[in-house]
Ligand binder design. Structure first.
Ligand SMILES: [Zn+2]
Length: 330
């Protein structure tokens, strides 16, 4: 699909993901094309991307730069393969995403141990922890690792010779998440920072700061004042109601915070028990039947909420025998 002359969207198939597609964008340059996000490193995604490029009459060697909004496998998975097929191309991402590649995809055993210890502290029963720990393991199969050629920090202008893209650092969904803003047509490439239907997951993570949800909401405010005529998200469809969607997501988190506070007002509680009482937008309505990875994300999102409230001095942590509980501050 051509968004404006010279900017295309390709829907890269990912039948094993609930989101079904990754939106890959191609932006014309004076020489070569710039790609934003790639799809999984699976034969299905690769063939789908290849067919899309062929449909546009270009090949992998026409890609000069690969920008990734963040290193989750659906966005970064194929970057290594494309880099191989187009040796002149350059892989570009935020500094913090580059830093996480090694622990996420190479030395992941250490990371898994840390995640397991963190989840156990927050009340996840040991039987679930062992399952939770390996829940993101399949992600490793979906990535062909390549380290970045260039780091961004946010604020840079990337010129393709025809379009200018401003890199905007939007931590929250991932610590080094970037959006890219194209001012001439007022387009925002929003990655997973802003999606039209799904509420982007914001998880407390052992590798990031203590208040990722605070970062996320701040990152929404950061982009609010841009003049945006169309949002080009990492999944789902392009949309125009930019500010309306920002407000909806903020409201969702405000409501969630209220629900958590109501639970805590009854008793001090740990994050796992609170998660079990909340409603999750999953195909499976009952907490017991929610798939393991989704459950893990749910618990980590609850912790993100609790830590934001702690940061705001609304709740406090209680540590008993190495287990963490939260209680409302008087
Ligand atoms: Zn994604």
């Amino acid at each position: 699909m051509e968004i404006v002359p010279g900017i295309h969207q390709l829907k890269v198939a990912m039948s094993n993901s609930p989101l079904a597609y990754l939106n890959c964008y191609l932006i014309k340059g004076r020489e070569g094309w710039t790609m934003i996000d790639t799809g999984f490193s699976t034969p299905e995604s690769f063939e789908s991307l290849k067919a899309g490029l062929e449909g546009m009459g270009i090949s992998f060697t026409d890609i000069g730069a690969i920008l990734v909004t963040h290193i989750h496998p659906d966005h970064y998975g194929l970057a290594g393969k494309i880099r191989q097929l187009s040796p002149e191309s350059r892989l570009i991402m935020h500094k913090w995403e580059g830093v996480l590649i090694e622990s996420r995809y190479l030395k992941f055993v250490d990371l898994q141990k840390k995640i397991a210890a963190m989840l156990e502290k927050h009340g996840v029963p040991p039987i679930d922890v062992s399952e939770f720990k390996i829940a993101s393991m399949p992600a490793l199969e979906f990535v062909k690792i390549n380290f970045p050629d260039y780091h961004l920090y946010g604020g840079e202008n990337i010129s393709t010779g025809k379009f200018n893209l401003e890199a905007i650092w939007t931590p929250g969904h991932s610590i080094g998440h970037l959006c890219f803003y194209e001012p001439k047509n007022q387009l925002l490439f929003s990655g997973d920072h802003l999606l039209p239907v799904t509420i982007p997951n914001v998880s407390y993570h052992v590798e990031t700061g203590d208040n990722p949800l605070g970062d996320y909401l701040y990152s929404l405010e950061k982009i609010r004042n841009l003049s945006v005529s169309r949002v080009l998200p990492g999944h789902e469809d392009c949309f125009t109601d930019f500010k309306g969607r920002i407000d909806e997501i903020i409201r969702h988190h405000e409501n969630r915070a209220k629900e958590i506070l109501l639970i805590l007002q009854k008793n001090p509680c740990n994050a796992f028990d609170i998660s079990g009482e909340l409603f999750w937008n999953s195909a499976n309505a009952h907490w017991e039947s929610i798939p393991v990875l989704e459950k893990r994300l749910a618990v980590m999102e609850t912790i993100a909420h609790l830590e934001k409230m702690r940061w705001e001095n609304i709740v406090q942590r209680l540590v008993k025998d190495d287990f963490v509980f939260y209680q409302v501050k008087n």
